[in-house]
Design a protein around this ligand. Structure first.
Ligand SMILES: Cc1cc2nc3c(=O)[nH]c(=O)nc-3n(C[C@H](O)[C@H](O)[C@H](O)COP(=O)(O)OP(=O)(O)OC[C@H]3O[C@@H](n4cnc5c(N)ncnc54)[C@H](O)[C@@H]3O)c2cc1C
Length: 493
C-alpha cells in the first residue's frame, strides 16, 4: 500500500513539517518509543472519523485527512509536553477519542499530531453518597456503563454509539444519549473536570454539586470539540440502577398529534427516560410489522426508576396519548427498538449501492416544530438526486425537541458525492436556521457545520473566536474546525 494511491480530500492549508525526524524523536522522548507511530498503517487508521460520506470515500480510494504522527500518551504531563512542542513548532494537534464522531471533528485536515486518548481508560472510582463516578476521558462508554451496572448504578448516558465512543468524545461534542429526557445530556452530568489547555497548562475544575463562584467557565469546554483543551478526566453524575422499567407505545394518525401528546406529557413534568416519535416513513421502515401502526406515526416510551413513580408516569403518559388520538400498540414495538437500538448496518451498506447517506440532528422549540419539519422535508425533496428524507424526534424538553433527519440519494452526474452531500446538508441547515432553530442538537459542529457558525451564533461568534485566540494563539489545537470552514460555497471542499 502506498499513500500515492489515495486522493486526499482536505488538502488545503496542510502544515509543512520542517524536520520530521527531529519531531518524531522529540515525541518519542516525551511519550516513549512505543507510543509514537509514523507507520502508514497507523496513519491510515486516523484519516477519518465516522462521518458517513467517509464510507463512500473509502470505496473510491479517497481519504479525508492525513496526520504526520500518531501518539498514545499515558499521563497528563506527556500531553502537556506534546502541546508545548506543538506550539514551539506550530504543528496541529488533534485529540482523538474513538472516532465515532459524525461531523469530521477528529479528522486531521491540516496534518499534525494525533493525540489518541485510548490509554486514559481508568475508572477511578464511585462515590455512592455523592452519586458520582470519576473516570479518565478515554474510557469507552460501554465499559463505563457495564462497570456501573455491575455495581448497581447507571450513568444514564446511552448514546447509540455507546460501544464505540469515549467519555472525552461525549464531552467534546456535547453528546446526548437515548435516555436523555430523564437523565439529561452530558452537560447536565459533568460535575468536575480536568483538562489541558492548548499551550500545555493543566487545569482542574473541582467537583461540586453547584456553586456561585463566577461564570460557569467549565461549561466553555463542554462542546469545545478538542479546540480549546484536551479533557483528561471527568466526574459524572450517576444514578441507582432503575428498580422498574415500563415499555409503552402508541400509534398516532398524524405527526402533529404525536408532537402534541408528547409536548403535553412534558408540560405535566413527566419525564419518560426514552421518547421517540417516528414520522410515517420511519414508522413503516422500523415498525412495518405492527398492524396498528400501518400508515401511522409510532411513538415509543420507556419510563424507568422508582416503581411507584413509574406506575404514575405510565398512567399519565397513556392518558395523554389517548386524549390526543393515540392507539395503544403494547410493549412489542418498544422491545423491538430496545433489541435493535445499537444496530446501524444501514449506514455502512448504502455506499455500496453508490448512495450518499447521512443523518442531521437539529434543535427546535415547540412552537413551529411541525412547520419546520414539513419545510425541511419539502426543501430537501427538491435537491436533485434525493431518494429519501425522513425524520424521528428523539430528545424532548418542556420547551422544545431534538429532530433527527435521515437522507439518502444518488448524486446526479454533474455533481461529486461531496457536492451533493453539501447541498443536502446546506438545504436542511438553511431551512432550520430560517425557522429560528439550531443547526445541531448533539453531534457537534466539526467540519460539516462550521460554515454556518456565523449564522447560528450571530455577533457572539466573534467573541468565541477571540476566546479561541486567547487560549490558542498559534491555532494548533484541532485547527480548521468550528471557527473556520473547509467547505467552500458550492465547491468540492
Ligand atoms: C452509529 C452512531 C451512533 C451515534 N449515536 C449518537 C448518539 O446517540 N448521541 C450522540 O450524542 N452522538 C452519537 N453519535 C456521534 C458520536 O458517537 C459522538 O459524537 C461521540 O460523543 C464521539 O465520541 P468519540 O470518543 O468517538 O469522539 P471522536 O470522534 O474521537 O472525537 C470527536 C471530537 O471530540 C474531540 N475529542 C475527543 N476526545 C477528546 C478529549 N479527551 N478532549 C478533547 N477533545 C476530544 C475530537 O478532537 C473531535 O473533535 C453516533 C455516532 C455513530 C457513528
Amino acid at each position: 500500500m502506498d499513500f500515492k494511491d489515495f486522493e486526499l480530500i482536505y488538502k488545503e492549508n496542510r502544515v509543512k513539517i520542517k524536520d520530521r525526524s527531529k519531531i518524531e524523536s522529540d515525541l518519542k522522548e516525551i511519550v516513549g518509543v512505543n507510543n509514537v507511530s509514523t507507520k502508514e498503517i497507523d496513519l491510515l487508521a486516523y484519516t477519518k472519523d465516522s462521518t458517513l460520506i467517509g464510507f463512500n470515500w473509502l470505496l473510491e480510494g479517497k481519504i479525508p485527512g492525513l496526520a504526520d504522527f500518531i501518539t498514545w500518551p499515558e499521563t497528563i504531563e506527556q500531553i502537556s509536553a506534546i502541546l508545548k512542542l506543538a506550539n514551539q513548532e506550530k504543528i496541529p494537534v488533534i485529540p482523538f477519542g474513538e472516532g465515532s464522531g459524525v461531523v469530521g471533528g477528529a479528522i486531521p485536515i491540516r496534518g499534525g499530531i494525533i493525540v489518541d486518548m485510548k490509554k486514559f481508560n481508568r475508572i477511578i472510582g464511585i462515590n455512592d453518597k455523592d452519586l458520582t463516578v470519576t473516570v479518565e476521558s478515554g474510557t469507552n462508554g460501554m465499559n463505563l456503563e457495564r462497570f456501573l451496572n455491575a455495581k448497581g448504578y447507571t450513568c444514564g448516558h446511552i448514546p447509540q454509539s455507546l460501544y464505540t465512543s469515549s467519555v472525552g468524545g461525549w464531552i467534546a461534542h456535547r453528546a446526548a444519549g437515548q435516555f436523555s429526557t430523564k437523565y439529561g445530556k452530558i452537560e447536565d452530568m459533568v460535575l468536575g473536570m480536568e483538562l489541558i489547555l492548548p499551550q500545555g497548562e493543566i487545569i482542574k475544575f473541582k467537583t461540586i454539586a453547584r456553586a456561585s463562584t463566577g461564570p460557569q467557565f467549565d461549561k466553555l469546554f463542554i462542546g469545545g470539540e478538542g479546540t480549546l483543551g484536551i479533557v483528561t478526566e471527568a466526574t459524572l453524575k450517576i444514578w441507582p440502577y432503575p428498580e422498574k422499567r415500563t415499555f409503552i407505545s402508541y400509534a398516532f394518525p398524524t405527526f402533529e398529534d404525536s408532537l402534541e401528546a408528547t409536548r403535553q406529557i412534558l408540560r405535566q413534568q413527566i419525564y419518560p427516560a426514552v421518547i421517540r416519535i417516528y414520522d410515517a416513513d420511519e414508522t413503516f421502515r422500523h415498525f412495518g410489522h405492527i398492524e396498528k401502526a400501518i400508515d401511522k406515526v409510532m411513538v415509543v416510551f420507556i419510563c424507568e426508576g422508582n416503581g411507584r413513580l413509574v406506575d404514575l408516569e405510565e398512567l399519565i403518559t397513556k392518558e395523554t396519548c389517548e386524549k390526543n388520538n393515540g392507539v395503544e400498540c403494547g410493549e412489542e414495538p418498544v422491545e423491538h427498538w430496545f433489541e435493535t437500538r445499537f444496530k446501524v448496518t444501514d449506514t455502512s451498506s448504502t455506499p455500496t449501492f453508490k448512495m450518499v447517506f447521512d443523518t442531521i440532528e437539529i434543535g427546535f422549540l415547540w412552537d413551529k416544530a411541525s412547520d419546520m419539519y414539513h419545510s425541511v422535508v419539502e426543501a430537501t425533496k427538491k435537491v436533485k438526486g434525493i431518494v429519501l428524507i425522513t425524520a424521528h424526534v428523539s430528545h424532548f424538553y418542556p420547551n422544545g425537541v431534538g429532530f433527527y433527519f435521515t437522507f439518502a440519494g444518488v448524486p446526479p452526474k454533474e455533481k461529486t458525492n461531496l457536492e451533493f452531500y453539501q447541498e443536502v446538508w446546506n438545504t436542511v441547515i438553511k431551512t432550520v436556521e430560517d425557522y429560528g432553530g439550531s443547526f445541531g442538537h448533539h453531534h457537534g459542529v466539526g467540519i460539516n457545520r462550521s460554515k454556518w457558525m456565523p449564522v447560528e451564533w450571530g455577533k457572539s461568534f466573534n467573541t468565541l473566536k477571540k476566546i479561541k485566540k486567547v487560549l490558542d494563539p498559534n491555532n494548533i489545537l484541532n485547527p480548521g474546525k468550528i471557527y473556520e470552514s473547509p467547505w467552500k460555497e458550492g465547491g468540492e471542499n
